[in-house]
Write a protein that binds this ligand. Sequence first.
Ligand SMILES: Nc1nc2c(c(=O)[nH]1)N[C@H]1C(S)=C(S)[C@@H](COP(=O)(O)O)O[C@H]1N2
Ligand SMILES: [Mo]
Length: 454
Amino acid sequence: MKQAQHDSGRLQKAPENFLDPQGIKTVFAEAKSGRRGFIRQAFAAAAAGVAAPMAMAQANPVPPEGGDPYILQLPEHATGLGQGVATEGYGKPSKFESNIQRRQSPGLTQTTQASVSFAPLQSLFGIVTPSGLHFERHHQGWWDIDPSKHRFMINGMVKSPKVFTMDEIMRLPSVSRFHFIECGANTAVEWGNVAVPTVQYTHGMISCSEFTGVPLITLLEIAGADLKNGKFVLAEGGDGSSMTRTIPMSLITSGEVLVAYGQNGEMLRPENGYPLRLVVPGVQGVSWVKYLRRVEVGDMPYAAKDEAVHYMDLMPDGNHRQYTNIQECKSVVTTPSGGQVLLDKGFYNITGLAWSGKGKVKRVDVSVDGGRNWRQARLETPVLSKALTRFNIDWIWDGRPAILQSRAMDETGYVQPTYKQLRAVRGTRSIYHNNAIQSWLVQENGEVKNVQLS
Ligand SMILES: Nc1nc2c(c(=O)[nH]1)N[C@H]1C(S)=C(S)[C@@H](COP(=O)(O)O)O[C@H]1N2
Ligand SMILES: [Mo]
């Protein structure tokens, strides 16, 4: 507080009428004229308004009269002997980060066998999901399969059906690519306006990794697949869920579909399909078959149980939409988001994630007034096709209620819909493929809540 008061004399006050268009224009102009000056001014404004902003306040409680001992006195770690190399077992995050975990949703039934865990999007940076925080969706529990006993078979419309060992797959030419995987049921409970408390539960069935593997087309060619008449493949998992999914051959001949064993520079995690999973960029998670053991080439869709009973979209006219594979363009603000608390007005970096199953994200706009006014966010590099894209935008909270939203557009020109627009086409009885704009209400007391605007 002391330092802040000392500074506030020199620096101008930043605009506080942030919710009206004039205020936004001013902020825009200042942001353009130099971000650093803008941020400095914003901090000064917050300081002048009595308390320090969130990050400072959390890290540094009000220093006692004699000053802040954490900077005035040498801490033990600056004078003592640290620990030896961490060679024991697998490296772990700091114990101070132990609350950052995958969690099961309060909005869903919790069982061990048919379970979901959600990734803590509010705590992640950049675009890569650490493997230990990747969301999980198991229809019949997960397995840690011995790779020396794992086999992968190709049959159906092929010249010579083939069985591969892991060694035989891993000696082939490989590629590594960043892609998101999103469960088709991500954000499902929000169809019914349930409003679960945090972004972890509204959007946490998405993750993004660098996957390494062999393009499926390479393996199909080895088996002499009939690529002229073979229009589809059936992918089958090796767990007890009878997970079988139809993949159109057009996705495979493009070279995008991978038979993957690597995730973020190491082998897949058991919960994510070790030792082998299908990677189907842009397509809903259920088609990314884990513990992959067989691919059959055929000439028509298979209408498997997870295509003819589950994973269909009930439309307003009572018909079902089937084989809706592609995950449409979507985005969400991850900070500030539901459950977080802003301690005082002043500068905040609004950050979030955007993605599209059809290619690259082209643009993200952010609103702080429930969609009346929009400003264009910065897309951080890298911006990759069918991968998560990180966006950031400066914001000065004036202490009054605000509704934060993000709206993404992909390279096809498709724009993420509002709930009103989505429901006009899809009705309200769907489970899957909810890509509507998410709203977070920042209340006067700083608490952030999940709300839906009609
Ligand atoms: N063999 C098998 N593959 C599977 C599943 C499964 O239960 N068994 N779940 C599917 C679903 S519904 C999703 S959303 C993704 C989840 O992948 P993850 O657990 O690695 O996040 O895997 C898909 N592949
Ligand atoms: Mo899923």
